[in-house]
Design a protein. Structure first.
Length: 125
């Protein structure tokens, strides 16, 4: 999975809410999606953010890799910091989204696999 930690000019982070029917439904996450066969992670991240959130990634850098085992599934999150983007955010798949200041991130329920990302961002406070 390619995951984007997208920050706006006000220092807020982009979160999207997983649909109720999805794995870890109704929880908030840093947006992204599956890396398709033959794609590199950076390309997959840009594609997913355009398809899901209506933003064009102009620059990004690797942040961390998280591997997590849920009782029913294992995930590998290749996390990238999106340092420059264009476009107005819209949830193109009907998902709820919002910009959240760093100091409010802990108020949102995240899937366990996202917690190391959250911890890393909060360590920067």
């Amino acid at each position: 999975m390619a995951v984007g930690v997208v920050q706006n000019e006000q220092g807020e982070f982009l979160l999207s809410r997983r649909a109720a029917h999805q794995h870890q439904g109704n929880l908030w996450e840093f947006p992204g999606g599956k890396v398709e066969d033959g794609e590199d992670v950076q390309y997959a991240l840009a594609r997913e953010l355009l398809e899901e959130m209506n933003i064009v990634v102009r620059d990004c850098a690797p942040l961390t890799v998280v591997e997590h085992a849920y009782p029913d599934k294992r995930v590998r999150l290749d996390v990238w910091e999106v340092t420059k983007f264009e476009g107005q955010v819209r949830g193109l798949e009907g998902q709820e989204w919002r910009w959240v200041p760093r100091h409010q991130l802990e108020a949102y329920p995240f899937p366990e696999g996202n917690l190391p990302i959250l911890e890393r961002l909060l360590d920067d406070l």
